[in-house]
Design a protein around this ligand. Structure first.
Ligand SMILES: [Zn+2]
Length: 410
């Protein structure tokens, strides 16, 4: 049995508990066997390999709740890139999975891709021919005919059609169900309108749960969010309040109805943040660029406000940046966690949103998401100033997945 002892300058357990100075994590094979403060009762055995991270913050591997592994995250419009076909998308997915893993993401939910690409990547990782996080997959996102992201191949309509689609995706290997509850950025879809009736939504939620799967719903409008939450969906994505193509109007009454269910939510704030970052780095800005900067600035400010209010209403936010979409990269979880803190979450709560609470939202908390005996040894280390500035969670010193060290920097 391989035994590893990690010495942590500061240990953050991912469950919101206060940080521990001089923490120790004992790992046997791929699992965490003990977490201690100061010393190990009975001492450290001679055959243990000691990894000294006494100059770092040690925490669980990050759990990303929203990504699209198929998409490169460096600008192309998703509906154009998908035309490259399954081979290119599979290779792109493998590259992205490795980038995410090296940035400290040891578990990642993919929120929809083409054909079998994400299932095949997971198999290649299992076989050892690719490196990547543990993947939680839906296959294709379910959408109405011609609806948002229909180009991934998940079109289904009506109670019968959507239920059948869930069964087909389950047969193909889906762990959970992703539904496009409203339109989105795709041409021809309306981001401020529901795509499905409440009856269809209720049927999809019931079928997902009947088959033992979680279901999360892309919601850019408040009425879709209320439908999803009240019919029992586990999570909403984006949590938007769009009332028209470019306008959001916060609605406290609907926020309270959705929030009262305690539904999980991802804010995907990185989409605006990375669009702004990319455009601001340009040497010359066109009038179109400037309009986009103004729009994304307004959206980001409004979304941070909405996260704060929805949290007050009872919604439980988790870190899901929407990696792959437009300019959103695969090493951006530090920024998404930072943006949740900017929306009003405490530092430790924001970290939980990207570790322990994220694992709960995905239903994988008995395996990953915390530094706790019995869980997989998915552990990362970052520089000591990460707790003062959460963006520094990107200053990765070690990544360990299942007891195997993949990154180690002094
Ligand atoms: Zn998405």
């Amino acid at each position: 049995m391989a035994k590893i002892v990690v010495r942590a300058g500061t240990l953050v357990d991912g469950l919101g508990n206060p940080p521990v100075r001089d923490g120790i994590v004992v790992i046997v094979d791929d699992r965490i066997m003990g977490v201690y403060e100061g010393s190990v009762p009975g001492g450290i055995s001679d055959d243990a390999q000691v990894i000294d991270l006494s100059d770092a913050v040690v925490l669980p591997g990050l759990v990303c709740c929203h990504s699209h592994l198929n998409l490169p995250g460096d600008g192309p419009l998703p509906w154009d890139f998908v035309k490259e076909g399954e081979g290119v998308l599979a290779v792109t997915s493998a590259r992205n999975a490795k980038t995410a893993l090296m940035s400290g993401v040891t578990t990642m939910r993919d929120n929809g891709g083409l054909g079998r690409t994400t299932f095949d990547l997971r198999r290649a990782i299992e076989l050892g021919y690719a490196d990547g996080p543990r993947l939680v997959l839906c296959g294709q996102p379910i959408t109405i005919t011609g609806g948002h992201c229909h180009y991934f191949g998940g079109e289904a309509d009506g109670v019968e059609g959507t239920v059948q689609k869930i069964r087909q995706l389950g047969k193909a290997g889906a762990d959970y169900v992703k539904v496009m509850g409203t339109g989105g950025g795709s041409p021809g879809s309306l981001s401020w309108r529901r795509q499905y009736s409440r009856e269809e939504m209720a049927a999809m939620v019931a079928e997902a749960h009947r088959s033992g799967r979680k279901i999360t719903v892309h919601c850019l409008s408040a009425d879709a969010m209320v439908d999803a939450a009240e019919t029992g969906a586990d999570q909403v994505e984006h949590a938007g309040f769009f009332t028209g193509p470019t306008a959001q109007e916060f609605n406290w009454e609907l926020a309270q109805r959705a929030g009262a269910t305690g539904v999980y939510a991802s804010a995907t704030n990185c989409v605006s943040y990375y669009t702004l970052k990319t455009l601001r780095a340009k040497e010359t800005l066109t009038a179109e660029d400037q309009n986009l900067i103004d729009y994304r600035n307004r959206m980001l400010e409004q979304n941070l406000y909405q996260v704060k209010k929805l949290t007050e209403a009872g919604m439980r936010f988790v870190a899901g940046p929407d990696s792959g979409w437009l300019w959103t990269t695969f090493d951006c979880m530090a920024d998404e966690i930072y943006l949740l803190q900017q929306a009003g979450l405490s530092t430790l709560d924001a970290i939980s949103a990207g570790t322990g609470r994220a694992a709960e939202a995905l239903g994988v908390e008995s395996r990953v998401g915390a530094l706790k005996p019995g869980l997989m040894a998915d552990i990362i280390a970052v520089g000591t100033n990460a707790l003062d500035d959460l963006r520094k969670l990107s200053d990765v010193r070690m990544v360990m997945k299942g007891g195997r060290v993949l990154v180690r920097q002094a």
